[in-house]
Write a protein that binds this ligand. Structure first.
Ligand SMILES: C[S@@+](CC[C@H](N)C(=O)[O-])C[C@H]1O[C@@H](n2cnc3c(N)ncnc32)[C@H](O)[C@@H]1O
Length: 210
């Protein structure tokens, strides 16, 4: 495991392509099995990292970080500081273990919690890969109306958190987050990966209403 992580780490640092099969072998099997549907592919994470970290030393938040794939790949390929907030404790344990395999304890941190428990104003960039879809399909014992209300509530809170961020903030969405980007964000780049769109948004001056 350590040898595989070392060669994957070296490849990512030198911008050599790494397959998802190789990377996902580092994850425990129940988490690995969810990868093709729930975790960002390596090539997408590398591109997202170049958009989120145009300069050295920036700070990025992965909103719903899962097993930490994006944060680890971002830190290896671009440096900087990557923080993952994730509500599922077991996934945070996996993220921390994966970061340790790559000796990334200084560049990455992972916390268990809801997305709004983090101070979003401390970050320069944000990554969102459809974090709330699981509310509709997950095992929560709620009926469909309650699920829909929870989803709408999470989306509205995300829109407000994004609206409050400072000018110049970068947000990368992969499959979106279910809501609309606030008006002050403009699309700065788009790339398609199969059927799925990766989009870079940058916050500009808020529009003045007279
Ligand atoms: C589609 S996965 C993406 C994982 C990771 N960002 C990636 O791209 O590989 C979405 C993750 O968001 C987490 N999540 C959903 N709602 C959340 C919330 N309100 N606060 C923290 N984590 C959340 C889920 O548990 C899940 O692990």
């Amino acid at each position: 495991m350590m040898a595989a992580a070392a060669s994957i780490g070296t490849a990512l640092r030198w911008h050599v392509a790494v397959s998802d099969r190789a990377f996902d072998r580092l994850l425990p099997s129940p988490v690995r099995e969810r990868s093709s549907v729930h975790w960002t592919p390596v090539s997408v994470a590398v591109k997202a990292a170049t958009w989120l970290m145009p300069e050295a030393g920036m700070r990025v938040l992965d909103v719903g970080a899962g097993p930490g794939k994006v944060c680890c790949i971002g830190a290896l390929s671009r440096g900087g500081t990557w923080h993952g907030i994730e509500r599922d404790t077991a996934l945070v344990d996996v993220a921390r273990a994966t970061a340790e395999l790559f000796s990334l304890q200084k560049n990455t941190t992972f916390c268990v919690g809801e997305m709004e428990t983090v101070q979003w104003s401390e970050f320069d960039g944000f990554y969102l890969y459809n974090p709330f879809a699981a509310i509709l399909f997950g095992p929560a014992p709620f009926d469909s109306n309650v699920r829909l209300r929870m989803l709408t509530d999470q989306i509205a809170r995300t829109e407000q958190l994004l609206a409050d961020l400072r000018e110049g903030t970068r947000v990368v969405t992969y499959e979106g987050f279910g809501g609309a980007m606030p008006d002050a964000y403009a699309v700065a780049n788009v790339e398609r990966f199969g059927d799925t769109q990766l989009t870079l948004w940058i916050k500009h001056h808020a529009k003045r209403h007279r």
